[in-house]
Design a binder for this molecule. Structure first.
Ligand SMILES: [Zn+2]
Length: 150
């Protein structure tokens, strides 16, 4: 019997670190089938001058590099905020097995909102999706970040 372990705290730690760098506080980790965290990242769009440097993309890139594979079957992705359409497409392309995300994002999200990437027939791989884990903490980080910038 496997014991469920939440990795949302690790993703939230990455989100906090991103806020400390002046980045929008979103964090993500990739967990291998054996339960190890194989990649962890926070947003670095400003630091890298790269609009694609979202936490999920950076974590997936690092996990794929470590695995020596463009696909991560049976891996889980934990992210503090609902992925945007770009990240949802990358999650699908990487064949991530399970997606756990914290807060929903009605403005930029592409899973339960907007593009709803995984719901299209053209989407060839749909992960199992679990939302709402650590949502209050993830939302508080974002609200605090944007309140400070105002
Ligand atoms: Zn994204």
């Amino acid at each position: 019997m496997s014991v469920f372990t939440s990795h949302m705290d690790a993703a939230l730690a990455e989100a906090r670190a991103a806020a400390g760098r002046g980045e929008v506080p979103v964090g993500a980790v990739v967990v291998a089938p054996d339960g190890r965290i194989v990649a962890a990242a926070g947003n670095r769009t400003r630091e890298l001058s790269d609009p694609t440097a979202h936490a999920e993309i950076l974590a997936i890139r690092a996990a794929c590099a470590a695995a020596g594979s463009e696909r991560l079957p049976d891996h889980d992705l934990w992210v503090t905020l609902e992925p945007c359409p770009m990240c949802a497409a990358a999650i699908s392309a990487a064949r991530i097995g399970r997606l756990y995300y914290g807060a929903g994002d009605p403005r930029m999200g592409g899973v339960a909102h907007g593009a709803r990437v995984f719901d299209h027939p053209q989407c060839h791989h749909r992960p199992q999706i679990y939302d709402g884990l650590g949502a209050a903490d993830a939302r508080a980080l974002l609200q605090d970040f944007f309140a400070r910038r105002r």
